[in-house]
Design a protein. Structure first.
Length: 245
């Protein structure tokens, strides 16, 4: 099924997620954006035994770069192994090597409950590795004026709305891991922030993102990414790595 992004389906319709997954693979530039994110995630995966769980897998293709990953989503989709709620993970204590995802944490309705679950299911040395929207001077303008999701750095640890995709606060990862870092450390002494790396101040914007997904050549992404790396601190995303102690 091929649905044009922006067609008459809601964001919470599983068919749109399926269409977006197909779109990403048909847009060379956008596919390289995701491959760049996936490379960052895989570079931080700890060695050892235990499965890697990906949250919000439906729209991406992480399983092609991490073949043994357990894919999941809150919606029933043909590309995922498990339908689950991040606030109640169906795994035994100390059983997972990592939990990863792209653009998913800022949709979790109760991120504190998810983090409690993460503490339970991660092995010692296991990691949370996510690519998420981030708060910078540039991103405040981009997300507030050119993006459909709520972006509210002044709110608490919750999201606006209730749908799996329409419920969101793009600023939530920054709120938890940067603005309220001391509170996070007090509430979750079993978790340690290892790395937060802002990235992509320009390259994602250049292709119009998933909402427009202009059909640009992949070589343009490689050139843009090389030029923008010195300015990644102004990026509109961040790679977040948190380790279970």
């Amino acid at each position: 099924m091929h649905l044009p992004v922006g067609s008459a389906v809601t964001l919470d319709d599983p068919r749109l997620t399926v269409a977006r997954r197909d779109l990403i693979r048909r847009r060379p530039y956008l596919q390289l954006v995701y491959e760049d994110w996936y490379a960052l995630i895989t570079s931080h995966l700890p060695t050892g035994e235990g499965p890697v769980l990906e949250l919000g897998s439906g729209g991406g293709f992480f399983e092609t770069v991490c073949p043994r990953v357990l894919t999941s989503d809150v919606m029933r989709l043909p590309s995922v192994d498990v339908v689950l709620d991040a606030r109640a993970l169906p795994f035994a204590a100390g059983s997972l090597r990592s939990i990863v995802g792209t653009n998913v944490l800022h949709h979790v309705p109760d991120i504190e409950l998810f983090l409690t679950e993460a503490v339970r299911v991660l092995k010692p040395g296991g990691r949370l590795i996510f690519i998420e929207p981030w708060v910078t001077g540039l991103s405040r303008v981009v997300y507030r004026h050119f993006h459909h999701e709520p972006f509210e750095p002044g709110l608490g640890w919750d999201v606006v709305g209730t749908g799996p995709l329409t419920g969101a606060n793009g600023a939530l990862p920054w709120i938890v891991f940067e603005r309220d870092r001391r509170l996070f450390e007090d509430r979750f002494p079993q978790l340690r922030i290892r790395d937060i790396r802002p990235l992509m101040p320009l390259s994602y914007l250049l292709c119009g993102g998933i909402g427009r997904a202009w059909n640009l050549p992949g070589i343009l992404f490689r050139i843009c990414r090389r030029l923008e790396r010195p300015f990644d601190e102004a990026g509109i995303f961040a790679g977040i790595v948190v380790e279970a102690i």
